[in-house]
Design a protein around this ligand. Structure first.
Ligand SMILES: NC(=O)c1ccc[n+]([C@@H]2O[C@H](COP(=O)([O-])OP(=O)(O)OC[C@H]3O[C@@H](n4cnc5c(N)ncnc54)[C@H](OP(=O)(O)O)[C@@H]3O)[C@@H](O)[C@H]2O)c1
Length: 279
């Protein structure tokens, strides 16, 4: 039996759809059913359920708010992933949890591999990086998957925001000095599952291939939906954001591609399928 935490989020939702299709048995939980910050509740929950795999899709993802909610963010992104790893170890289950491209400072200016040194610039990035280390400390045979700029049908994301803005604005400004790769949560779920099945535990990068700035991503979506307005290039500093962002955090997913023997589709292809799904 597979346990999914944070199941109402983007990735959690797509894991459920994948497992429905594959006829894999799972228990989907969100904050109300299973609060991952309470290890005793988690221990109690998994009892007698024959859980063989825990997929942690729950997280604190508000990058700017995290600068003020440091402890709350750490609770969800550092200690809870570690506690789930502890429970997975206790019951002999496999375990996968997720991290972010925000563990990097952007100085490299070329796609980041798993070997590259992390240097997070924000509280959110630090909380995720500390979480990775804690997980491997307690359960070295875990999967930790870093991803970037996730978008999907469930919950909110940048693509949905752009579509909403386009409905009542004829001029938009989007930053072109943050570069990474948008990642379709459906692909994130599918390629994670392919990885889990290999049992080749470790740290992996998993993003749709190719790179884009936020401007490129927004423009791609707006062109596809036939928006007729004016799109301007902007800079991150124009927006007075609380958390610092790196300019370049594109993840190199080739280690994962090699492990599963499959190529990950491009971000444009991911957005095309996302827009079809949204119709
Ligand atoms: N979204 C991105 O752009 C992005 C980028 C890089 C990495 N990631 C990582 O990828 C993974 C999946 O992200 P996602 O975009 O699918 O996340 P998401 O849509 O924000 O979903 C996270 C889910 O976790 C739930 N949650 C929050 N606190 C919880 C708690 N204490 N116990 C149980 N559930 C709780 C949330 O519920 P509520 O809605 O009730 O809070 C939400 O349903 C996460 O680890 C995330 O950090 C995401």
């Amino acid at each position: 039996m597979i346990l999914i935490t944070g199941a109402k989020g983007q990735l959690g939702y797509d894991f459920q759809r994948l497992f429905d299709k594959l006829k894999e048995e799972y228990i989907a939980t969100d904050r109300n059913d299973l609060d991952i910050t309470d290890i005793e509740k988690v221990r109690e929950f998994v009892k007698d359920k024959n859980i063989t795999l825990i997929i942690n899709c729950a997280a604190y993802n508000n990058v700017d708010k995290a600068e003020d909610e440091v402890e709350f963010c750490k609770k969800l992104n550092t200690y809870a992933p570690r506690d789930l790893a502890i429970v997975a170890k206790e019951i002999g289950a496999d375990y996968i949890t997720y991290s972010t491209d925000f563990v990097f400072d952007g100085e490299k200016k070329a796609p980041y591999t798993e070997e590259d040194i992390s240097n997070p610039l924000s509280i959110y990035g630090k909380s995720k990086y500390e979480g990775e280390k804690e997980v491997f400390k307690v359960k070295p045979d875990s999967f930790v998957v870093r991803t970037s700029w996730v978008f999907g049908i469930a919950n909110n994301n940048f693509n949905k925001q752009v579509i909403n803005w386009s409905k009542n604005k004829d001029e938009l400004s989007i930053v072109d000095d943050q570069i990474s790769s948008p990642t379709y949560s459906k692909d994130l779920a599918y390629y994670s599952w392919e990885l889990i099945k290999t049992k080749k535990y470790g740290l992996y990068h998993l993003s749709n291939t190719g790179e884009a700035s936020k401007y490129d991503q927004g423009k791609y979506v707006l062109d596809k939906i036939g928006w007729q307005g004016k799109l301007n290039r902007a800079k991150t500093k124009d927006f007075n954001l609380k958390a610092q962002r790196a300019e370049y955090t594109k993840l190199d997913s080739s280690k994962l591609e090699k492990a599963i023997g499959k190529k990950i589709p491009s971000w444009e292809n991911g957005i095309d399928r996302f827009l079809e799904e949204m119709e």
